[in-house]
Design a protein around this ligand. Structure first.
Ligand code: SF4
Length: 307
């Protein structure tokens, strides 16, 4: 069996930073340290930090007054910050700087009087946070079909933004449909889909056509991992999302000689190693890495947890 290993894969700079923020908070602040929502969308990361004293909550009303709370990498609506302030919570913000960029655009676009069209998935934490920047001026659209149904106040004053973890080719179709409906549409200066999402999608493209099957390591609620699975399928290759090696099914592997392997930006690299080890337990495996980009980006930590 040959394993075609996509590169880049696994942790991005925003996820590494968010995990390090919780680790440092656990070292420096009284326990328990609360984390609003999953710090990143991965069950292994969450279980590991829980084992070290982090308490994950859905909303701030589960956090006692004055306690330390970390905001997750997906960001929060301004109303959440206001509430945390009012409650005297010790907030440490792990929002990815690339999500913060989208929030700033939402404020800027809404501030100049535009209707802001946010391309994204309803219910995703990042989308809820971005919508919260200008709730009365922002409308959410998920796909091309949704564009036709949009109602805006002034079709000449429309801007768009996107969730950071969408499929680049699908977003291009939605933006083309928006531009056809609103010729004066304005958008962000640089893509909102982040570098890590783009690179992982390009890397899956580089392996999917040559693979009999693609495996993506990631959790079900990880948007960028789900998009990798869908992308491989669109390219005609069967693909599956697995949380870890235990998710492998023998029937998928029957007759497969070349397995494509990647991992979403929130999935720890060791889980990929464990999948390769599990494949090796079935017979000899040659691992061939296909790299489409080198990632060196790092984000500074917030002052609250700097050395
Ligand atoms: Fe930031 Fe992109 Fe990573 Fe999300 S996937 S944490 S936006 S770098």
């Amino acid at each position: 069996m040959t394993v075609l290993l996509a590169a880049p894969r696994s942790f991005c700079a925003g996820v590494e930073r968010a995990i390090e923020i919780v680790e440092r908070a656990l070292q420096r602040r009284p326990h328990p340290v609360y984390v609003r929502k999953q710090i990143v969308h991965n069950s292994h990361v969450v279980a590991d930090l829980e084992g070290r004293g982090a308490v994950f909550v859905d909303e701030l009303d589960e956090v006692p007054d004055g306690a330390t709370v970390v905001f997750s990498a997906h960001g929060v609506a301004p109303a959440v910050r206001v509430e945390a302030d009012r409650r005297g919570l010790d907030v440490i913000d792990a929002t990815c700087p690339l999500v913060t960029k989208v929030h700033a655009e939402a404020r800027r676009f809404a501030g100049r009087g535009d209707t802001v069209i946010l391309v994204g998935h309803a219910g995703h934490e990042e989308v809820e946070g971005t919508l919260g920047e200008a709730p009365r001026r922002t409308v959410l659209v998920a796909d091309v079909a949704g564009v036709a149904a949009l109602r805006v106040k002034d079709p000449d004053r429309v801007s768009y933004l996107t969730q950071t973890t969408l499929a680049a080719d699908e977003v291009a179709e939605v933006v083309a449909a928006l531009r056809a409906r609103f010729p004066k549409l304005r958008g962000p200066g640089s893509d909102d889909i982040c570098y890590a999402t783009t690179n992982r999608q390009e890397a899956v493209k580089a392996i999917a056509r040559d693979a009999d099957l693609v495996l993506v390591v990631g959790s079900r609620n990880s948007s960028n991992s789900q998009r990798l699975v869908e992308l491989a399928k669109r390219l005609g290759t069967p693909a599956y999302l697995i949380d870890d090696a235990a998710g492998l099914r023998a029937e998928w592997l029957t007759g497969a000689r070349v397995i494509g392997l990647s991992a979403g930006a929130s999935a720890p690299p060791r889980l990929v190693d464990e999948v390769i080890a599990a494949l090796r337990s079935r017979g000899p495996v040659t691992v061939e890495e296909r790299a489409v980009a080198a990632e060196r980006l790092q984000f500074a930590l917030p002052p609250a947890v700097r050395p």
